[in-house]
Design a protein around this ligand. Structure first.
Ligand code: ZN
Length: 388
């Protein structure tokens, strides 16, 4: 009503005021529209820069300039970063002292690396093993034979990752029983073999409970399940390598995880008695035996010596609560594995929580153990305590 009154009082200014208002509104709308367009364009350009998580982006791949006034968008793509051949620090060649190494399980070898040009100040090496169940390699290039088989160890240059050299690693297991094929010994996947060959079977005194304990060539089977813990050890010459069924089931597990976008890899599989001695002694001298005993097995007591245990991904507390750790805890039994040392069960298993350590039992037993909510020790009615 006020408007009508004003309009009638000043009819001449009515039109211009309305038009000015309308113009202002249109101008505002256009400006808002341009602003939104600009923001959208910048966002699109930014998201294009993102690389898959875990990889660092050194140089932006796309540069976008948005001009608000002219609404012209120019997009330039920077070249893929490659090592500059004119840079005196660019590594152009890697030579090794050996390209093929033959090792027995537990043995180590470190090939010497020569990077060209020798004057380069950026000679950082990145070492990798194609199969950590066969051989592992540390950051210095020290290759350690883990289990029988063949794999490749590669070294690339941090400075120029296109350049690399490769060592073929052939690992043999001198303790593998002659005449017995690997698949034959492992087909049972840790279950007792009732083949009655040259094995000596003795009945050991049963632990608390009514578990069926059998000892075959100093290896203990409880209810038919091979056991290595603090109470039950393995002889030094028990060296089966990584059990092939365990390995193939692990690969199936890893593939299933990959289907869900998760990355679960084998970090440590079979370990020989000798290798475990080295590990344990290192920890023991670093932290003292009492502390070392809470997370590292004494030689002859490591489940890794059975060839039925695998450590996945990063073998430290950072693995806990990762999506991979959660998935593993929920699905490992579907592939025949259990999380061997669950949280809060140190007084039973003898080891602190290890979300990365899985033990192969076969799907049926692993599922039964999983559904019971018990540790393997509780499930079998045994303990895990060193005798001395
Ligand atoms: Zn382990």
């Amino acid at each position: 009503m006020d408007n009508n009154y004003n309009e009638s009082r000043r009819p001449k200014k009515r039109v211009t005021k309305k038009m000015a208002q309308r113009r202002r509104l249109i101008a505002l709308a256009v400006m808002v529209l341009i602003l939104i367009l600009g923001i959208v364009l910048i966002c699109v350009a930014c998201s294009g820069d993102d690389e898959p998580s875990g990889k660092k982006s050194n140089t932006p791949a796309v540069t976008t300039t948005t001009s608000v006034t002219t609404m012209v968008t120019t997009t330039t793509t920077a070249p893929v970063p490659t090592a500059d051949p004119n840079d005196p620090n660019t590594i152009t060649k890697i030579d090794l002292s050996v390209y093929e190494v033959y090792l027995n399980v537990g043995e180590s070898k470190m090939p010497l690396v020569t990077m060209t040009p020798s004057s380069s100040t950026e000679k950082g090496e990145i070492w990798e093993s194609s199969n950590k169940a066969v051989a592992t390699v540390d950051w210095l290039g020290n290759i350690t034979a883990v289990g029988a088989g063949e794999c490749y160890v590669t070294v690339t240059s941090e400075n120029n990752p296109i350049i690399y050299a490769e060592v073929k690693v052939v690992v043999t297991d001198p303790n593998a029983p002659a005449g017995v094929t690997t698949s034959a010994t492992s087909a049972q996947s840790g279950m007792i073999q009732q083949t009655g060959q040259t094995q000596t079977t003795t009945a050991a005194p049963a632990p608390s409970g009514s578990a069926d304990v059998q000892t075959v060539d100093e290896v203990t089977y409880i209810d038919g399940i091979l056991i290595a813990n603090k109470s039950y050890g393995l002889p030094a010459d028990y060296a089966p390598g990584l059990d092939p069924t365990t390995e193939s089931q692990f690969n199936a597990l890893s593939e299933a995880a990959a289907q869900e976008g998760l990355n679960i890899w084998l970090a440590s599989g079979y370990r020989s008695y000798e290798y475990q001695s080295t590990i344990y002694n290192n920890y023991s001298s670093l932290y003292g035996a009492e502390t070392a005993d809470t997370f590292s097995a004494r030689p002859g007591h490591s489940e890794h010596q059975t060839g039925l245990a695998i450590d996945v991904n990063s073998i430290d507390d950072s693995f806990a609560n990762t999506p991979e750790a959660e998935w593993l805890a929920q699905h490992a039994h579907e592939f025949g594995f259990i999380i061997r040392y669950p949280q809060g069960k140190q007084h039973i298993t003898g080891y602190k929580y290890e979300p990365w350590h899985i033990r192969y039992l076969g799907v049926e037993t692993a599922t039964a153990v999983y559904n019971s909510g018990l540790t393997l020790e509780e499930y079998l009615g045994i303990d895990s305590v060193y005798g001395n």
